[in-house]
Write a protein of this length. Structure first.
Length: 320
């Protein structure tokens, strides 16, 4: 059976959840002195991979103390309910805005159904399962929890979603960033250098809040960022600072492009074309030599969803 996990050091394991394509969606397992925690879970279809990782590492399922989704979008938290059923000692720790939707996922399911439809929901996500309220708790701003000998710090990081927190690991000095620190696919690496871009997927994109969250994470002088999409970027504090600067510059360009197209007829198509051109130009500057058709394929989902999220943000802005 194929091995889907990768050791990153410091007791951290990256697990390819298999969502959409290989190397697109990651969950993380942290192990310290016989205790474990999952950060993000992927979907229901990912849970078997997470449990096989425990088995491969010789960890009893009762060793898992925490399941911590960064936010409740289904590619990050769709498998929480099913996973919790398999982990008898685990507690769910979710952002206070997101926790109710994991205890009672009716609205979460209905919202996703409205976008994707029944067939796609079953294919990509599977039926959402609730988590018992007595096994769940809301995170608090600046909360610190122990896992073995290490400490995990949770902070509120809106910008991608208002129900988003990020988790700082004291042992590795890395942030588990969810989607707040953008997206970076390994196919775009050039000589080991990653390319990163912001995600504005529906429905709570707020660029000013995203900038503030990124700047706040940087205050910890992190030595790496562990992205759900996809994997670790940055191997030193200097590299992370450079990536943050790149990400914030591209966020500013995204905002400028979006505002310029605010009143455009056929706005959705204009936003998609504008984002595609922006990303292609930045990838060329980065040194990427992939064929244009492959770049388009890898970015197609993000261009579509980012355009949708930008449109929702634009419609919330006060009229001139």
């Amino acid at each position: 059976m194929q091995d889907h996990h990768q050791a990153l050091g410091h007791g951290i394991y990256q697990i390819d959840t298999g969502f959409q394509r290989d190397h697109f969606d990651a969950a993380y397992l942290i192990v310290d002195q016989g205790e474990a925690a999952f950060i993000d879970t992927g979907t229901n279809h990912s849970v078997a991979r997470l449990l096989r990782t425990l088995d491969a590492l010789g960890l009893d399922r009762a060793a898992v103390r925490w399941v911590i989704p960064t936010h409740v979008h289904l590619d990050h938290a769709g498998g929480v309910g099913l996973l919790m059923q398999a982990l008898p000692e685990a507690r769910l720790l979710a952002h206070p805005r997101g926790l109710p939707h994991l205890i009672n996922p009716v609205k979460l399911w209905a919202g996703a159904m409205a976008v994707y439809g029944e067939e796609e929901m079953q294919r990509s996500y599977g039926q959402l399962l609730r988590v018992d309220a007595d096994r769940a708790e809301a995170s608090t701003e600046g909360q610190r929890i122990r896992l073995g000998a290490r400490e995990l710090l949770l902070i509120d990081t809106p910008g991608h979603a208002r129900h988003h927190h990020a988790i700082f690991d004291s042992a590795s000095r890395c942030w588990f960033t969810g989607d707040t620190f953008g997206l970076s696919y390994r196919e775009f690496d050039v000589a080991g250098r990653p390319w990163i871009f912001p995600t504005s997927t529906p429905v709570q994109f707020e660029p000013e809040a995203m900038r503030a969250s990124i700047e706040r994470m940087m205050e910890a002088s992190p030595e790496g960022m562990l992205l759900t999409h996809y994997g670790r970027v940055g191997q030193s504090s200097d590299e992370v600072r450079a990536l943050a600067a790149q990400l914030l510059a591209l966020l500013d360009q995204t905002v400028s492009l979006s505002l310029a197209l605010r009143g455009q007829t056929q706005r959705h198509n204009a936003l998609k074309a504008g984002l595609q051109s922006l990303y292609e130009a930045e990838l060329t500057r980065h040194g990427c030599t992939l064929p244009a058709s492959e770049v388009s394929r890898l970015l197609a989902t993000d261009v579509e969803l980012n355009a949708q999220g930008i449109a929702i943000w634009l419609d919330k802005l006060p009229s001139d």
